[in-house]
Design a binder for this molecule. Structure first.
Ligand code: HAM
Length: 428
């Protein structure tokens, strides 16, 4: 019997795991600079949370959720996105009681039953941030800037920021009517997706790639914004200008989740087939109240990590090297073998990265292994060294070797590492 990973999932093997770590560390470092603190919420939540939070008529809720009944008969769903769970945690833990707004971030897997292809998976990972408790448009700009800085910091080139305002629910309801007036006469000529979207969520019709050409002359939501929405949007743009974040306004940008109000934005990049959105987010002023909390405004973003990594690899990001090994320990002879576990353990406890042989390889093969993994030093222990309570240390770059006392070995190695010179012999 041969097992295979489920469709739409990936194994991250050593080699690419280091690139993942680099991207995740970059995200964490940015969150430190922008003062977002980590939150970890469950991988599954009650199905109703996503129905209410993400929206009943979205593709996600209608056809993409991993929903199951647990043994207690409750309907549970693997989280398809991070916002609903974070907002649930915000409400449940009464974070609105804090004097400061909640600025939270998360990195983790999300699950959507989508048609798997490059850049689209059933288990994928998001880096997301949520800032809850302020309606200040400067906060929208901060979130947009954080995402933009993330792509820059990981080294991704040519990521474009698109922004729009989707207004308030009232603004949207009025715009919906105008849009339907425009779309209805052409309904028969539109693709099947568009036709069904017209009924459920006409704003998303404008997003359709197939029918794009037909929408020239379609009304723009930006012309339907009320004064408050326009002022909010103008201030977001002002802040982005001040931050020197390049962006373009896309009045047809509509996100696939229902909770957005005012600002909606996406990060776009070419290189993964027909997929061009690598991240997105927006403001969600009604969501906290919608899922039973006090009425608090929020704004956030979600960045797809697989898409980020795919593009990084496409753009030729070099492999990130594996973890550095400080010492490769080589025991020669039975006595040394007996000492090996204790010495290796002490070095590791002292904070050094140490590897040794567990395959009974000859000394020469062990030296080769040390080179292969890029060890800085080989520590060689034989009877001769043991008799003198010493150990031979070989700098594998310079090939220079000398004996040092076994006592205080970790310190000796650390001194050599910090002098950056490797082993300097007495007559050097
Ligand atoms: P979203 O646009 O659904 O937003 O997802 C954000 C990002 O996750 C996408 O731009 C994409 O990079 C990645 N993504 C989504 N689905 C897949 C998939 N099947 N395979 C690979 N990557 C995928 C949200 O999820 C919102 N929660 C973002 C947000 C946070 N808005 C406010 N706060």
């Amino acid at each position: 019997m041969k097992f295979q990973k489920p469709p739409g999932t990936q194994d991250v093997l050593p080699g690419s795991a280091e690139l993942w770590q680099f991207v995740e560390q970059t995200a964490r470092e940015l969150c430190r600079r922008y003062h977002y603190r980590e939150i970890r919420t469950p991988m599954f939540e009650s199905t109703e949370l996503f129905q209410r939070g993400v929206g009943e008529t979205t593709d996600i809720v209608e056809k993409e959720m991993y929903t199951f009944e647990d043994r207690g008969g409750r309907s549970m769903t693997l989280r398809p996105e991070g916002t609903a769970g974070v907002v649930r945690a915000y409400v449940e833990n009464k974070l609105y009681g804090e004097p400061d707004i909640a600025k939270l971030y998360y990195i983790g897997p999300m699950f959507r039953y989508e048609r798997a292809q490059a850049g689209r998976y059933r288990q994928f990972h998001q880096f997301g941030v949520e800032a809850i408790g302020s309606a200040d448009p400067a906060l929208d700009a901060e979130v947009i800037a954080l995402g933009y800085s993330f792509y820059k910091a990981v080294g991704l080139k040519d990521v474009a920021v698109e922004i729009n305002s989707v207004g308030t629910p009232q603004v949207r309801a009025a715009f919906r009517e105008k849009l339907l007036d425009f779309l209805t006469p052409m309904k028969e000529s539109l693709c099947k997706d568009c036709q069904s979207r017209m009924e459920r969520n006409p704003l998303r019709v404008l997003d359709c790639k197939v029918d794009q050409a037909k929408f020239e002359g379609a009304p723009s939501i930006l012309d339907s914004l009320d004064e408050e929405c326009s002022a909010h949007f103008a201030r977001v743009r002002e802040c982005l200008d001040a931050m020197k974040i390049p962006y373009s306004i896309n009045p047809r940008l509509v996100r696939g989740l229902d909770y957005y109000t005012h600002t909606a934005f996406e990060y776009k990049a070419q290189g993964i087939g027909s997929i061009d959105t690598v991240g997105g987010g927006g403001r969600y002023n009604g969501l906290v109240a919608d899922i039973g909390g006090e009425d608090r405004p929020g704004v956030g973003l979600g960045i797809g990590l697989e898409r980020t990594l795919l593009l990084l690899e496409k753009q030729g990001a070099g492999p990130v090297s594996g973890p550095a090994v400080d010492v490769y320990f080589i025991a020669m002879g039975e006595r040394a073998e007996r000492e090996a576990p204790g010495i290796v353990q002490r070095l590791r406890e002292a904070g050094l990265a140490v590897e040794r042989d567990y395959q009974g390889r000859k000394t020469k093969a062990q030296f080769k292994a040390a080179d292969r993994i890029g060890a800085r030093f080989a520590a060689i222990l034989g009877d001769e060294e043991l008799d003198k309570s010493e150990i031979a240390l070989k700098d594998l770059a310079s090939q220079e070797q000398r004996n040092v006392p076994l006592a205080g070995l970790a310190d000796s190695i650390r001194n050599l590492i910090t002098t950056e010179k490797g082993i300097v012999t007495n007559d050097a």
